[in-house]
Design a protein around this ligand. Structure first.
Ligand SMILES: Nc1ncnc2c1ncn2[C@@H]1O[C@H](COP(=O)(O)OP(=O)(O)OP(=O)(O)O)[C@@H](O)[C@H]1O
Ligand SMILES: O=C(O)c1ccc[n+]([C@@H]2O[C@H](COP(=O)([O-])O)[C@@H](O)[C@H]2O)c1
Length: 213
């Protein structure tokens, strides 16, 4: 497997958590552990984005965000990747097309917090994404209602799997999505940056910021 691309065996069910991770925080780690428990996944890959295509603000350098993510999220079934930088992609639809072609026989599930489902209809080819991979959505403070009432949730209402059947998501055929009401962690990268807890360059001698809240 080429540099930057993890190994995966046919039959695996891999959850993809895409994000700016500017910086990674306990909310990311928490939803990752919950997704592993709830969606019938064998592993999760974090896709640390070169830059969200619809966020105006440019993120901290990818190398700093990767280092912070690796220091924060240590789990035998989780891999921190910069796959999109290697592929030269920023749009999720395009990333998924590449991954499905590169890993035949592997099932991918897109993971996101409720805030992203609320905005999902703004993503490039969002209907195509819904129709190509199952999507696991996790509750986030302030966004549970807006996510469930969102245009994407309404258009794909018939494809919704009930939260109590969430373990079926990984083996479901798209379109399929599931909202799970996980216990919520209120952290956000915005709050950490606002509190001055992330310079985007200095990850300290052990790769962990001493001042992060
Ligand atoms: N506390 C949280 N609870 C649930 N989902 C979360 C939480 N924090 C981040 N996520 C989800 O993780 C993914 C990556 O998030 P991202 O890296 O943008 O972090 P963020 O805290 O939302 O950043 P920012 O505040 O800069 O927008 C997104 O799908 C987002 O919805
Ligand atoms: O493809 C798109 O149009 C698109 C629009 C907004 C966000 N995304 C992806 O959604 C993920 C979460 O982004 P962020 O910045 O909220 O962490 C990340 O992988 C982005 O590349 C993708």
């Amino acid at each position: 497997m080429a540099e930057g691309f993890p190994m995966a065996r046919a039959g695996e069910v891999i959850g993809l958590l895409g994000g700016s991770f500017d910086p990674a925080h306990e909310g990311h780690a928490h939803i990752t552990r919950e997704a592993l428990k709830r969606f019938g996944l064998t592993r999760i890959w974090w896709l640390v984005s070169p830059g969200n295509p619809i966020k105006a603000r440019g993120p901290a350098p990818l190398a700093s965000r990767m280092a912070r993510a690796r220091a924060l999220m240590r789990h035998p079934r989780v891999e921190i990747t910069d796959i999109e930088a290697h592929l030269g992609t920023r749009y999720t639809a395009e990333t998924l097309r590449h991954l499905m072609a590169r890993y035949p026989g592997v099932r991918f599930v897109w993971l996101m917090g409720a805030d992203n489902l609320a905005q999902f209809h703004r993503w490039q080819d969002w209907r195509g994404i819904m129709s190509s991979v199952p999507i696991g959505v996790m509750a986030r403070p302030g966004d549970r209602i807006s996510a469930r009432m969102s245009p994407a949730a309404r258009v794909f209402a018939a494809a919704r799997i009930a939260g109590r059947a969430s373990h079926l998501l990984g083996r479901a055929d798209a379109p399929a999505w599931c909202f799970v009401n996980v216990p919520m962690v209120a952290q956000s990268s915005t709050a950490i940056r606002a509190a001055g807890g992330w310079s985007g360059a200095d990850t300290g001698p052990h790769g962990i910021l001493s001042s992060a809240p």
